[in-house]
Design a binder for this molecule. Structure first.
Ligand code: FES
Length: 100
């Protein structure tokens, strides 16, 4: 894994955003507990999670509604047994360190 630092766009709790990290699109979600970084491709039909909604420590794909835990990325939906790949991340003010 390589640690990469990227600029972090403003992101309120309960929101998500896509950032590009080392040529890879990464979904960033903010909860009251902090930030989570994960693969932005939904394992259901490999569509982008851009616009994903964050609710109660889970993130929901905007296409068919599959939900994934923000604790470890596991699927919480019958649509897919596969989870989202998580990347360790650390917030430093307006920047984010991601191990990818
Ligand atoms: S592509 Fe995400 S739920 Fe279907």
């Amino acid at each position: 894994m390589t640690k990469v630092t990227v600029a972090l766009p403003p992101l309120d709790a309960g929101r998500s955003v896509i950032v590009e990290v080392a040529g890879q699109r990464v979904l960033i979600c903010r909860t009251a507990g902090g930030l989570h970084a994960m693969d932005e491709q939904c394992p259901h039909q490999q569509l982008s999670m851009e616009g994903a909604r964050v609710r109660h420590n889970s993130v929901m794909c905007p296409h068919h509604g599959a939900r994934f835990s923000l604790e470890d990325g596991r699927s919480l939906s019958p649509l897919t047994a596969k989870g989202l790949k998580f990347f360790p991340c650390t917030e430093h003010g307006d920047h984010l360190g991601i191990e990818i």
